[in-house]
Design a protein around this ligand. Sequence first.
Ligand SMILES: [Zn+2]
Length: 345
Amino acid sequence: MSYIDVKYLNLLSSMLPLFKKKGDNLWNFRCPYCGDSKKSRTKARGFVFRKKNDLFFKCHNCGVGASLGNLIKHLDLKTYDDYIMERYKLGVKTNNPEPDFKEFFSEPIVFPKKDIFKTLQSISQLSKSHPAREVVRKREIPESFYISDLYLCKSFYKFTNTLIPNKFPSLEHDHPRLIIAFRDERGEIFAYQGRAFGSEIPKYITIKLNEDSDKIYGLDRVNNSKEIYVVEGPIDSMFLDNCIAVGGSDFSKPLMINGKLIANGQLTIVFDNEPRNKEICIQIEKTLSQGRKMVIWPDSMKHKDINDMILAGYTKENIKEIIIDNTFSGAAAQLRFSEWRKINA
Ligand SMILES: [Zn+2]
């Protein structure tokens, strides 16, 4: 990336409301294509960021993507001419092809939203031999989740109190936990789960920063026009594509993603493989009565959840295949459920 790009972006910043440098090679402002939110004047969903050696623009409101050159062209033709001329003089090739935005936005690009975790280290920031990183590695969690999903929190109670005053009135028995960030469609953290490293009870503590939102993990990367898989545990969801987790296992609520109500036909509920767990059986019955598709694991499957299957040597692809082969709905689901319960009782 040449300094020219940055120079011209700054030159045009006065035309971009709420223009702000958010980090190394990351800028944010109100989108000049759609005008951004009509309701809120403080929303800014246009981003300029670096990809390989070039800067690109992307709006998370209207979805427009453009090379920096095209953004400049859109804003001011005269400035665009100067920009091209200056690049030409410097010998920068002018026709940088625009990348396929769909392709690269499926990669986890991390925008440092509302940086409430700034005092924590993400797992990717820990040394390879750090014990917390070791715990995550041993669960075989894909490294793409080390960056903006998993963090180390050394004093869980104390940290939580900085966000929600007096959430834990006593700091006695405070201890470290692995934090799993629940981000909304725009990447902002609205809840998090702390998983104990040791035998601390409860194993999972979920903290909601916004009382109104449901505890759904994975909203920031789910594609709401494809089949969506729903599991209970965030860690299990990391091994299935287009998968979200509902912390607390209430699968019966209507699901809304990015303003779109997800139809039952587009959802597959993947329950844990625990026929003796009463709570799960209740959830399955509820789901049955709603006519949703669900996975009931084959009787030969002896592991209780997806992460355990991975640790036992199943690959992501194996698991996906088993899921597809064991998805039921309607009367067939009813039948399979009573079998599953009986055989495993
Ligand atoms: Zn826009």
